[in-house]
Each structure stands twice: as C-alpha cells, then as structure tokens.
Write a protein that binds this ligand. Structure first.
Ligand code: PAF
Length: 283
C-alpha cells in the first residue's frame, strides 16, 4: 500500500493508473476505521482495479460545539488495517491541502433539496460540508465508482444527488450497514459511550425493527413515530427524530408509497447515534 499526503502526488498516481487503463474506486472516510469501512474497501477491490481510501476529518461538516476537536485520529492503526485489507492507495491530506484558501468565505457545494431535513435540521451546514469535501475528492481522484455506507443514509442520498447534478461520471454505491452482534450499527462515535451506555445502545436498532413490524402490521406512521420516540426518551436517550420517510428521496410518505426508510438520531450520553432500516410493503 502506498500513502500520499498531497494532491499533487495523488493526481500523479491516478494519472498513471488511467494511462494503464485501470479502473478506480474511492472510499472516502474520516478514519478511526472499523469493520464497516473495511467492508467498503473489500467491495471496492472487487469492482475496480485500484482502490483509493481517503482519511480526512473534515472540519466544515462539524457544527459549533460538535465533536471535531475530539474526533479520534488513529492514522497509524488505520494504515495497518487498510494495508492488511489490500488497499492500493491511502490519501491522507492535511487541512491546507483541501482548504488552501482557509475555511472562511470559501467555496461551498450545497444540495438544497435534502440538506435541511432530518440530520440537516439538527446540524445546519453539515451536508454542505460533506458535499464540499466529497466534491473535492471526486475532482482529484476522478474515480469510476465511489462507495458509502448506508448507515448515513441521508448522506448517501445527498451524494447521489450532487453526483447527478454536477454530472460526475461516477457510480455511487451504497453498502449495507455492518452491525455489532447485538445490532448496534458500527460507528466511530460508539467509542464515546460508557460501558453502561453501550449496554443500552442496541435499543436504537431494536426500536427501528419494532417500528418496521408496526408499519408492516398497518400502523399509522405518526403513531409509530411518536410511540418509538417516547420509548427511546423513557430509556434515557435524547431523540432528535424518529421518522418514517419515502425511501428514494426522504420526502414525507403519501398513501401510494410502499418503500420506506425508518430513520433515527438520538443522543446517549455524549454520543450522537444514528441508524436506519428499510421497509418494502410492495410484496
Ligand atoms: O461518512 C463520512 O465519514 C464523511 O461524512 C465523509 C463522507 C468521509 C465526508 O467527510
């Protein structure tokens, strides 16, 4: 595995692969890698000749008071995992590489349609931060395919939309959520949980599965949302939303809709946990 730290080296490597007629897959990450990230890399290796993983904790997608300062930085351990998993190229830029003009009044990419609901309503500017950094990566890696986890389902849809709107010739691939044995979705932020909180955290996924059953049984959407929000709150979570949406665009469902995403964001202690599942009533 080769590691590059600046855009110039990255572009040279990618140009060389292109000259050789090789296809490229990109897996953008913020590091602190777990089995979910490695599953993206493994899939990337199956579908492209060369894989690039980026590790960059992107400041502009964190709001004031969020966890940017304490977001775990584990480059050495991450490099070992990526090398063992057969990665070709690790791109680990510093701030100056991706924000050469600083982060005040710099150019931003926004995806208005999806960015102000659900997570976007609680994290203003978050999706613009994600869209901006992903655009920079897309331009400089110019991959054929890019892979993202479905745990951040809203992010995945934002990236699909920006790819379509900005005419990037990149196939966006969403990959299934990888879970711990007790159902908790793997996340770098799970490390913020105390032992006691960790033992309660699987309730997030249990509540989604219970809501899915209620939806299949014909329950009313608003009742299911309220009941599961209340249950999480009673168990000591601080829910931001528990919401049943249309799968394809996260709009509020209408009577004709059959495919849904059930999405939740809730705080437990100092960890903000998100998860989602999909329900198809189409038979
Ligand atoms: O999902 C993440 O880890 C980040 O939001 C991403 C896509 C790497 C952009 O910083």
């Amino acid at each position: 595995m080769e590691t590059v730290f600046d855009l110039q080296q990255l572009r040279e490597k990618v140009r060389q692969w292109r000259r050789e007629g090789l296809t490229i897959a990109l897996v953008p990450t913020m590091g602190n890698l777990h089995a979910g990230h490695i599953s993206l890399l493994e899939r990337a290796r199956e579908i492209a000749d060369r894989t690039v993983v980026s590790i960059f904790v992107n400041p502009i997608q964190f709001g004031r008071g969020e966890d940017y300062e304490r977001y775990p930085s584990t480059l050495e351990a991450d490099s070992e995992k990526l090398s063992a998993a057969g990665l070709h190229l690790l791109f680990a830029p510093n701030l100056g590489q991706l924000y050469p003009g600083g982060m005040e009044d710099d150019t931003r990419v926004t995806v208005p349609q999806l960015s102000n609901i659900l997570c976007g309503a609680f994290r203003p500017g978050h999706f613009s931060g994600v869209a901006t950094v992903v655009t920079k990566l897309f331009i400089n890696v110019a991959p054929d395919k890019a892979l993202f986890g479905e745990k951040d389902y809203q992010q995945l849809l934002v990236i699909r939309r920006l790819t379509a709107d900005l005419c990037f010739p990149i196939e966006i691939i969403g990959m299934p959520i990888i879970r711990e044995a007790d159902g908790l979705a793997m996340s770098s932020r799970n490390g913020y949980l105390s032992e006691e909180e960790r033992s309660r955290a699987p309730l997030i996924n249990q509540s989604l599965r219970s809501a899915a059953e209620a939806l299949k049984a014909g329950g009313a959407i608003t009742d299911i949302e309220r009941e599961h929000t209340d249950k999480l709150a009673a168990a000591g979570f601080r829910p931001e939303y528990f919401s049943i949406r249309r799968l394809d665009d996260l709009a509020l469902p209408g009577p004709a809709d059959k495919r849904f995403a059930i999405l939740v964001a809730a705080w437990l202690g100092s960890a903000r946990l998100i998860d989602n599942i999909h329900v198809d009533l189409g038979g």
